[in-house]
Design a protein around this ligand. Structure first.
Ligand code: UDP
Ligand code: GLC
Ligand code: MN
Length: 325
């Protein structure tokens, strides 16, 4: 019944669409027998949509669902995540019996088709609050009834984190206690944060990982990569995280870049569309992380030793602060 089963992802802009293209290529690399579907909004550019049509079995344009709860989103320090409520549209894909939703910032390194043997709602515990599940990957059954109930709940009560994860955890509130078979192993949604928050466990179990989730504000597409040397150029995580970011980039270079390159893009994507001159980097998007993003990255142990967080820069900041006294 694989034709009535699909992986599903979401992109509301071109940057996340790029992540989604890498995710789809990674699923094909591990020879999935399932369909691959993407939900997009009108805010994804026409040229990227054409590329998505080549890479995905189904592309569905949906309306943007947005959380208006700015105070909650600010508390989460990720104001951009209000649009993640758009994820709820995955329940409208009723041409499928069962689906696995995956965030566009996930990467598959081993076949995960066995997830379709699980039931709604199966997911991995969130590392920030393990009684909640992380909504970066979950098994679900499309149903208009569920979609309507979820949107009604969102309208009535909002979401406690301003995004989809808070709402889904309220709706599927018995996930933590009811049925252990709905708890997926961490290997199906390994947050990159774990490579520095629990190094011994990562060393012990890391080789089993099947899905990496680049959770947090620093995404692989913010890191610059030297296609000739296969190395990352600046900050972007510890040694372990860097290996995964390099995996992401190697798929980007081999499978996605050739299709993007032909588009002559302008705007944020244009840097990525430039073919790398020998020995140079094909670089990150022009949207470099903001000061707030950098602060979050620092707190997560992702320190740009040679760039923004270099000793020279810190010294300059201290000098300026002293001068202002
Ligand atoms: N997303 C999107 N546009 C946005 C923000 C998020 O399409 O502006 C989608 C995308 O699929 C993304 C998911 O929502 O992977 C969840 O956001 P993100 O992965 O950034 O959240 P995190 O996992 O870092 O908390
Ligand atoms: C989480 C999840 C992400 C979700 C976001 C907003 O951090 O990783 O998938 O969209 O929260 O609720
Ligand atoms: Mn994510």
């Amino acid at each position: 019944m694989s034709s009535s089963e699909s992986f599903v992802t979401l992109a509301t802009n071109d940057n996340y669409a790029l992540g989604a293209l890498v995710l789809a290529a990674s699923l094909r690399n591990v020879q999935t027998t399932k369909k691959i579907t993407i939900l997009i909004t009108k805010t994804v550019s026409e040229s990227i949509r054409n590329v998505l049509h080549q890479s995905f079995d189904f592309v569905k344009v949906v309306d943007l669902l947005e959380s208006t709860d700015t105070s909650l989103l600010e508390a989460l320090k990720r104001p951009e995540l209000g649009v993640t409520l758009t994820k709820l549209h995955c329940w409208t894909l009723t041409q499928f019996n069962k689906c696995v939703f995956m965030d566009a910032d996930t990467l598959v390194v081993k076949n995960i088709d066995e997830l379709f043997e699980r039931e709604e709602l199966s997911a991995v515990a969130d590392i920030g609050w393990p009684d909640c599940f992380n909504s970066g990957l979950f098994v679900f059954r499309p149903s208009l009834e569920t979609f309507n109930q979820l949107t009604q709940l969102a309208a009535k009560e909002g979401s406690f984190d301003g995004g989809d994860q808070g709402l889904l955890n309220t709706y599927f509130s018995d996930w933590a206690t009811k049925d252990i078979s709905r708890h997926l192993s961490f290997i199906y949604n390994m947050s990159i944060v774990s490579t520095y928050s629990y190094v011994p466990a990562f060393k012990r179990f890391g080789h089993q990982v099947k899905v990496i989730h680049f959770l947090g504000s620093i995404k692989p597409w913010y890191c610059s990569f030297n296609a000739s040397t296969g190395q990352l150029n600046t900050f972007c995580g510890n040694t372990y995280a860097q290996e995964f970011i390099k995996n992401w980039w190697s798929i980007y270079v081999a499978k996605v870049h050739p299709t993007i390159e032909a588009l002559n893009l302008v705007g944020p994507m244009s840097n990525m569309a430039i073919a790398p001159p020998p020995g140079s980097s094909i670089c990150c998007t022009s949207q470099q992380p903001s000061t707030g993003d950098r602060f979050n990255a620092w707190q997560q142990g992702q320190i740009d030793y040679l760039g923004a967080d270099s000793f020279d820069n810190i010294q300059k900041k201290l000098d300026a602060a002293i001068d202002n006294l």
